[in-house]
Ligand binder design. Structure first.
Ligand code: HEM
Length: 206
């Protein structure tokens, strides 16, 4: 879970940088050229399959671990819950489930359209590409999608708040000297990345 988690974290950085191009005032040109590159480059395509596998492995392992922990505890839960355990760390399963549902809806909305939808095209320097920008602009003109994205990004923030440093701990990469740095980078990442993701639909809506 730690390895797939760190891989998913690195995907988020690339995905965010690409998506921020939606905010350029160029009628989608930079974003559409980026999306075309991402869906046609053979190396990126291979990485994409690793990404889909990582999402499924991460979610399946989470499910198996939760079931294993439940059966180890029998039918009785903990009589006393450790109040010092942070909310995010106690609710990683719920947060992960919401994010998983978000990814399914999100991929149906954009990824499936890009691959199989009969969407309009735009031509830049003689190259015809799918106008994915229009699909995004249309989706984010709906206030409910904007609300859904913003709430999902809040869930992602909580998930990363615990998950980032936890992945390093699981891999044994924590060290008294470096723990403060890992924790700081993890918390900063958990706030900045989901906030920027949420900003995209909000700004596009307005
Ligand atoms: C405002 C925020 C976001 C926007 C505008 C956005 C936009 C898009 C678009 C347009 C695609 C299709 C691109 C293509 O097929 O080439 C896509 C794919 C995808 N998105 Fe997002 N995305 C956002 C946030 C997220 C977040 C937070 C996650 C994960 C938690 C995520 C996970 C994915 C995945 C897994 C794919 C498939 C990638 C692939 O095929 O390589 N997205 N996104």
């Amino acid at each position: 879970m730690a390895l797939t988690g760190l891989f998913l974290i690195s995907f988020l950085i690339i995905h965010l940088i690409g998506n921020l191009q939606l905010l350029k005032h160029d009628d989608g040109q930079a974003f559409n050229i980026y999306a075309y590159f991402m869906t046609h480059n053979p190396v990126i395509k291979t990485i994409s399959y690793t990404l889909y596998a990582s999402i499924l492995i991460h979610a399946l392992y989470a499910l198996l671990l939760t079931l294993k922990n439940k059966s180890a505890r029998g039918t009785t839960g903990y009589a006393i819950s450790n109040k010092s355990t942070k909310w995010a760390s106690r609710n990683m399963g719920i947060l992960g489930t919401v994010i998983f549902i978000f990814i399914i809806i999100h991929m149906r909305q954009f990824w499936a359209e890009m691959h199989w939808g009969g969407i309009a095209t735009a031509t830049y320097d003689g190259q015809e590409v799918k106008d994915l920008y229009k699909i995004c602009a249309f989706a984010f003109s709906n206030v409910w999608y904007v609300v859904f994205y913003t709430i999902s990004m809040a869930m992602l923030a909580f998930h990363l708040w615990h998950g980032f440093a936890s992945a390093f701990q699981t891999l044994g990469l924590n060290h008294q000297k470096y723990n403060p740095i890992i924790n700081f980078v993890g918390k900063a990442f958990a706030i900045i990345v989901p906030a920027l993701f949420a900003l995209i639909p909000i700004l596009m809506f307005f």
